[in-house]
Design a protein around this ligand. Structure first.
Ligand code: AMP
Ligand code: TRP
Length: 329
């Protein structure tokens, strides 16, 4: 029998979760939890690397916890916890800031370059070394697999390097984790600009379908989604990036083959195609929004409290070991 693997992943409470989070990450988490030991975090210390509103941060953390549960993460099977509840994360992150990670590593991170843009000298130091905290999140739990969307692959690769370098210098301490990125759906694109990733930090809310969007809002957003010039519903990401993205979303949420959709929509215009896509998206949203509304804040708080106790025991044991090997204990 295969030994159960340890799975770790997380989402920042920095905006509204959207269908890209489900398609790229959460859908595989739900499947993985049946055969493995899964730990899913709400990484609130990552969310303060940019400007944030304290009240909203608290609200969003609970919102994500409720969404995890409503979508099918079972708190009896998986650990759900808030990163800031366990100080071992920030402690280990400091140790990695000193051991295992170099300035040159962080300067290569494409997400930092994207987020900082031409203001690299003006953004917070936290935004720069945020992958170090992410490495601490992952390595504290002897994680085997990190299921994430495409954009996080580079951060997990850096995590692997940090683990290897630390082990090399101080002896075997950390398991070197594998990244798990889906073949399809690992990068859902924006509805208003198909060359950009669908993102919760985008000011234009029409660029994403939030998991908590009301049905009529979702339909309007799909109707407004940019299409490509010309006509025809074909999956040609280079020539028709907008329609290809919509086709991918349709195929994923509607559980249909893209080839089949191309056939079915051969002589259909963009308007009718979008209407059908809206039906599929709304059906998907309704499946968990009902359940979401039945979970109270205090239930979510209780789940996070229980998750904290379970995760803390694991994290603190690992941190103790690290402290011993580096000579502070
Ligand atoms: P974040 O919003 O950056 O905290 O992302 C949380 C998780 O969702 C990560 O694993 C991301 O890679 C994944 N994710 C976020 N946006 C997308 C997207 N547009 N397509 C696919 N995966 C995504
Ligand atoms: N940086 C990740 C993101 O923005 C979130 C994250 C933080 C994470 N720690 C993690 C993901 C550990 C996987 C594992 O999406």
């Amino acid at each position: 029998m295969n030994k159960k693997k340890i799975i770790f992943s997380g989402i920042q409470p920095s905006g509204e979760l959207h269908i890209g989070h489900y398609i790229g990450a959460i859908e595989q988490w739900i499947k993985l939890q049946n055969e493995n030991n899964c730990i899913f975090s709400i990484v609130d210390y990552h969310a303060i690397t940019v400007n944030h509103d304290p009240e909203l941060l608290k609200k969003r953390s609970l919102e994500i916890c409720k969404l995890y549960i409503a979508m099918g993460i079972d708190p009896e099977k998986s650990i759900i916890f808030k990163q800031s509840d366990i100080s071992a994360h920030t402690e280990l992150s400091w140790i990695f800031n000193c051991k295992g990670c170099y300035m040159s590593d962080l300067k290569k991170m494409t997400q930092f370059k994207d987020k900082a843009g031409d203001k690299q000298e003006l953004v917070s130091v936290g935004l720069f070394n945020y992958p170090v905290l992410m490495a601490a999140d992952i390595l504290l739990y002897d994680t085997d697999i990190v299921p994430v969307g495409e954009d996080q692959k580079q951060h997990v690769e850096l995590t692997r390097d940090i683990a290897k370098r630390f082990n090399h210098q101080f002896g075997q301490t950390f398991k070197v984790p594998e990244v798990m990125v889906k073949k399809e759906g690992a990068r859902v694109m924006s509805l208003s600009d198909p060359y950009k990733k669908m993102s919760k930090s985008e000011a234009n809310k029409n660029s994403y379908i939030a998991l908590l969007d009301a049905p009529d809002v979702a339909r309007k957003k799909i109707k407004k989604a940019v299409s490509d010039s010309g006509s025809g519903i074909y999956y040609l990401p280079d020539e028709k990036p907008a329609i290809s993205n919509l086709l991918s979303i349709y195929a994923f949420l509607g559980n249909r083959e893209i080839k089949r959709l191309e056939k079915d929509y051969k002589d259909v215009g963009y308007g009718d195609f979008k209407n059908d896509l809206a039906d599929i998206v709304i059906k998907f949203l309704e499946k968990f929004q009902d359940k979401y509304s039945q979970i109270s804040d205090s239930q979510a708080e209780e789940i996070l409290e229980k998750g904290k106790e379970k995760a803390k025991a694991i994290a603190e044991k690992k941190l103790e070991e690290v402290k011993r090997v580096i000579g502070v204990k």
